[in-house]
Design a protein around this ligand. Structure first.
Ligand code: AMP
Ligand code: MG
Length: 270
């Protein structure tokens, strides 16, 4: 399995995304085919760990996925989780908040969807949008969003204290890679539906978003809810890194199958 610690942001680190190479494939310098061939085994291990999590049913896992447009959030979910039992995995996407959602604090809509005991929940975008798009586009005053880093640390600490493992993944692509992926959405009729004019507005704000990500990662990577910066220009490598991180996170939880309340070995079904 890949060495993943290199992609983890230690607590209280000042993040400079420029030094994180979106095209990295460390540990898999050889053929792309070797990298692709390594995924099925990781899927198998992830499925086994999810079975334990589900059987134990005392703790849960929250996976936060963030990225610039075309960063590969949907593809990651599709490829990494294709082996797990769908019962016990939830995916929740967070788009522009509705009027009703905006009538509440920004954590209200996400808290409702945190995982129950035994489950894995994947957030496709998350409460982090409230310090990313909101900050970059000035959707709330600085006085409001600047306090949110602390709220988020405390919110996640509470979830962790109550038995939710948390892992946060920033899929890091380069601006050039985004250009190619957006262009592909225009050129391929089957991908047209994915294209959104808002993507161009956000692309024009690329540097501001990178800066907002740097601050968010610096302010909220903690021992109990670490951020990882995933090299995501190569989809196959991204899948390997994400799978490896999830496996490690679940392994560290030391999940146990429940013990039967009496010995079952000598029982025979008649
Ligand atoms: P997509 O993930 O492509 O379906 O797009 C969802 C859109 O919702 C993105 O443009 C996000 O920036 C936007 N969005 C998500 N959360 C918020 C939020 N809290 N406030 C404003 N926009 C948001
Ligand atoms: Mg979009």
């Amino acid at each position: 399995m890949l060495e993943t610690a290199r992609y983890r942001i230690p607590p209280e680190t000042s993040v400079d995304l420029f030094v994180h190479d979106p095209g990295a494939k460390t540990g898999f310098e050889g053929a792309k085919e070797d990298g692709k061939a390594a995924l099925p085994e990781l899927r198998r291990r992830l499925a086994e760990l999810q079975r334990r999590l589900w059987a134990e049913s005392k703790r849960s896992l929250l996976v936060v996925l963030q990225a610039m447009d075309t960063g590969g959030k949907d593809g990651t979910i599709r490829h990494v989780f294709s082996g797990v039992n769908p019962q016990g995995v939830h995916v929740r996407g967070f788009g522009v908040p509705s009027e009703w959602e905006r009538a509440h604090d920004y954590l209200w809509r996400v808290h409702k969807h945190t995982p129950e005991d035994g489950a894995i929940t994947i957030f496709n975008r998350s409460h982090y949008e409230d310090v990313l798009v909101v900050r970059v586009k000035g959707l709330a005053p600085e006085e409001t969003w600047s306090k949110r880093y602390r709220h988020i640390r405390e919110f996640e600490r509470m979830l962790a204290d109550e038995g939710t493992g948390i892992v946060k993944l920033y899929l890091h692509i380069s601006k050039d890679e985004q250009r190619e992926r957006l262009q592909a959405r225009l050129d391929d009729p089957d991908k047209n539906w994915k294209f959104n004019n808002g993507d161009l507005t956000d692309r024009a704000l690329w540097d501001d978003y990178q800066r907002a990500y740097e601050v968010a990662l610096s302010e909220t990577s903690t021992a109990y809810a670490p951020w990882y910066v995933i090299p995501a220009n190569r989809k196959w490598y991204r899948n390997l890194v994400v799978s490896s991180i999830l496996i490690e996170t679940l392994e560290e939880m030391d999940l146990q199958y429940p013990q039967p309340d009496r010995p079952l070995q000598n029982l025979v079904i008649t």
